[in-house]
Design a protein around this ligand. Structure first.
Ligand SMILES: [Zn+2]
Ligand SMILES: [Zn+2]
Length: 331
């Protein structure tokens, strides 16, 4: 198999080759067809979140089952599957037992603490893999597995909010804007200052308004979802939500949040973070989007251009979601 591996925090990815592994009990060997590039991969690359190095990143894996370990139920050889960020949980900690496996005390995360999908092949715990709706191509389905799924969890935390603001209009927001529109909500998009292309993109996907993150939206928000890793957006979003409104931070890492007057939080405004996902988030999300028209915009890169893909994401140059495509197997 071939893979792009991060040798140590801060070091560029390098191409490696190794024998194709055998799946252990409960595991699937997956031939990777596409793997999304997520901002979290940049945080792994930069050593900003805890990961085990060397690591093959990538937690938006779409592929086909090539082999099954013992004790695998429900997956056939050749079946298309998706592998998300949550790669394993302990089943016994208080969070797992309370149905909050996203907060498990002993989890494994795909592409951070177990090898991920920047590769021709990947091993995954079958219990955390998803069957995917047929209406999406492999490349389109990849960003659903984190950008879509974690975005969905963030949207659920927003509750019955009618007016939603999305801060940072990348892979997650471009999917979530459409989901929120499908649910009859009004969506405003906040981009980097002067990013008129991003604002046009947002309006083309049904956003009622798009502007810079320091601009005033046409109406106050019921909830703000922050996808950009910039802590200064938190007090800014807080000033744009109504009484009782929520500001939801959907990323795994953010720069420090500047201090702000308590008056901005007063009147039961809330700030929440979203951590990981549960398998139930996945099943409910895929059920919902399987029945709606979703336009997924991707930019594909060959697997060996993973460094370039990450750099494009870092510079904000990717429209929609970046997706890596491994070489077609020769044998
Ligand atoms: Zn647990
Ligand atoms: Zn991700």
């Amino acid at each position: 198999m071939v893979a792009m591996q991060i040798p140590a925090p801060g070091a560029a990815l390098r191409r490696i080759e190794r024998p194709i592994p055998d799946p252990g009990p409960g595991e699937l060997l997956i031939e990777v067809a596409a793997c999304g590039v997520c901002r979290t991969d940049l945080h792994v690359l930069d050593g900003e979140i805890s990961a085990h190095y060397p690591i093959i990143p990538g937690h938006e894996i779409v592929g086909r089952v090539a082999a099954r370990g013992t004790d695998v139920e429900g997956f056939a050889i050749g079946q298309r599957v998706g592998v998300p960020w949550l790669g394993h949980t302990c089943d016994i900690c208080s969070y797992c037992r309370a149905g909050r496996e996203n907060l498990c005390d002993a989890p494994l995360f795909t592409g951070a603490t177990r090898d991920g999908g920047y590769a021709s092949h990947a091993i995954a715990d079958a219990r955390y893999c998803f069957d995917l709706p047929d209406c999406f191509s492999d490349v389109e389905a990849a960003p659903l597995l984190c950008a879509g799924l974690i975005g969905w969890r963030a949207l659920r935390l927003a509750g019955p909010a009618n007016v939603i603001g999305l801060y940072g209009f990348g892979a997650a927001a471009h999917i979530l804007a459409q989901v929120a529109r499908h649910q009859q909500r009004t969506v405003y998009a906040f981009t980097r200052y002067g990013d008129t292309a991003g604002q046009d993109f947002a309006r083309s996907l049904g956003c009622a308004w798009a502007g810079g993150s320091s601009e005033k939206p046409p109406a106050l928000l019921d909830a703000a979802l922050i996808f950009a890793p910039a802590g200064e957006l938190v007090p800014r979003a807080l000033r744009s939500v109504k009484k009782g409104g929520r500001v939801i931070c959907a990323g795994i890492h953010m720069s420090d949040i500047p201090s702000f007057p308590y008056a901005d939080l007063w009147e039961e405004r809330q700030i929440l973070s979203v951590a990981n996902l549960t398998r139930e988030d996945g099943t409910s999300f895929f059920e919902l989007i399987g029945g709606m028209e979703l336009h997924i915009v991707t930019q594909s890169f060959p697997l060996d251009q993973a460094n370039q893909a990450l750099q494009s994401l870092r510079e904000g140059k990717v429209k929609g979601a970046a997706v890596l495509v491994p070489p077609i197997p020769t044998a």
